[in-house]
Ligand binder design. Structure first.
Ligand code: USQ
Length: 424
């Protein structure tokens, strides 16, 4: 197959290009290199060194004996995107070209607006480019499990049967996102579904859980994928592993009882490949919940602690006040049947993946330590309470949010970052 990857320079895109090429597919891609700039804006850097794009492409040529047509463009640049798609004539397009960070979108109004504009306009641009240049191509679009939120019921794959006033229908399962970023993914999903209905495009919308794992092929660091650990672009497991490597305590937020679907990078590549190699019919819009298992944040921290311990690293866990507004201690049981039906078989167990990840990070401990001040969370989902005399209690005792819902609180274990909190 000819697979065009939007976001080919990213954490998932760069390994996916290599994985697909190794399986005999042809790949091309587009990327505006924004992830590099966003992490720099956060004052951080990838723990694993990231080669400049021209060096990456040269390494790709040397290892796979084929060139990778690359367009340095934003998906909002309709002409450049259209030219790239028309020239490559893909059978499938994987859309990974979005700003993936919930905390980044919660910094302030400007960041919220940027993330929504970037993601929603970019996806819209890609949909129009598909319609105009390769309407037969199968779009595999990366959504997020976070689009569903944490409803007090099981989560189906995209749709569920509803009976209302005596009539039944199969409708999209409600979305209750928990950040401006996650809402941008919800809007994208709606737009992709509409484009399928409207123009007969075909799409797989992948509701992906939190991905962890390194991609450091032996012998050539130019083929490695990035691995971020700052508060915005580092996801929980990556942050915990980096904290372990530099002797900082691992930082589950709040009670750590919030649960997420998780999967390794190797499993994510396997799942995306299965979606690509088993396309739906024209006009179909299907949804896959892409996760391997469900873990609480506290369990993830404990697994990282144990993996570090097995490598002779003594890691401690020290919870910090949750900067987010999110449910803790909630029901969470998402379905994930579609990918196993297509043949998904989880690869290495999480313990093994975590050991590999920590081993890959150890040579880069100095790079992580150089940006260790970017580890503590400073972005708060809700503004900090105003400084002043305490307010009298509300007469009805109401006015507080649900007690499973946490936000920045005074109790941060005395581990304030020393920097002012940034609030939306
Ligand atoms: N968390 C901690 N400690 C940390 C960092 C995070 O306890 O140091 C907690 C968060 O409070 C949250 C959970 O870990 O409950 C997951 O947070 P995360 O930063 O690992 O991931 P999240 O913000 O949810 O976003 C990530 C990706 C996003 C993707 C999403 C899938 O950045 O692109 O859409 O995972 S999901 O989480 O299923 O929505």
């Amino acid at each position: 197959m000819r697979v065009f990857i939007a976001g080919i320079d990213g954490y998932l895109g760069w390994p996916l290009a290599q994985h697909l090429t190794a399986r005999g597919h042809e790949t091309a891609g587009v990327d505006a290199l924004l992830r590099r700039a966003w992490v720099a804006e956060m004052g951080s850097d990838s723990a694993v060194p990231v080669a400049p794009i021209d060096e990456r492409l040269a390494a790709f040529r040397e290892h796979f004996h084929t060139s990778l047509p690359f367009t340095p463009a934003n998906l909002r640049d309709h002409d450049a995107l259209g030219r790239a798609l028309a020239a490559f004539a893909p059978d499938a397009v994987v859309h990974l070209a979005e700003c993936p960070s919930a905390p980044y979108s919660m910094i302030d109004h400007r960041h919220a607006q940027f993330v929504q504009d970037n993601n929603v306009s970019g996806t819209l641009g890609l949909l129009f480019a598909l319609r105009d240049h390769c309407p037969e191509a199968h779009l595999v679009k990366l959504g997020s499990m976070g689009e569903y939120g944490t409803p007090d019921m099981d989560i189906p794959e995209g749709f569920f049967e509803v009976e209302f006033r005596g009539r039944r229908d199969t409708l999209p399962f409600p979305r209750q996102a928990g950040s401006w970023y996650h809402w941008s993914k919800v809007f994208d999903s709606q737009n992709v579904a509409f484009a399928c209905r409207l123009w007969g495009l075909r799409a797989t919308d992948v509701m992906q859980g939190v991905v962890y794992g390194s991609w450091c092929p032996a012998g050539d660091p130019r083929l490695s994928s990035r691995l971020d650990f700052d508060e915005a672009f580092g996801t929980a497991v990556h942050r915990f592993c980096c904290q372990a490597v530099i002797g900082h305590p691992l930082s589950p937020y709040g009670s750590g009882t919030q649960r997420r679907g998780v999967l390794s990078l190797a499993d994510a590549l396997q799942c995306l490949t299965l979606a690509l190699e088993n396309p739906p019919e024209p006009g179909a819009y299907r949804v896959f919940n892409q996760l391997r298992d469900v873990r609480s944040v506290a369990e993830l921290a404990e697994l990282v602690r144990a993996a570090a311990h097995s490598l002779g690293i003594d890691a401690r866990i020290l919870p910090v006040a949750n900067p987010r507004a999110e449910a803790e201690g909630h029901h969470y049981r998402p379905d994930s049947n579609e990918l196993p039906r297509l043949g998904f078989r989880p690869s290495a167990p999480i313990e093994e993946e975590l050991r590999r990840l920590i081993r890959d990070l150890l040579p880069h401990a100095d790079r992580i330590a150089a940006h260790a001040d970017r580890l503590p969370p400073t972005v708060r989902w809700r503004p900090a309470p105003p400084v002043g005399p305490p307010r009298p209690p509300h007469p009805t005792g109401k006015g507080r949010h649900h007690d499973q819902d946490t936000a920045a609180g005074p109790a941060d274990g005395g581990r304030g970052s020393g920097r002012p909190a940034r609030t939306a």
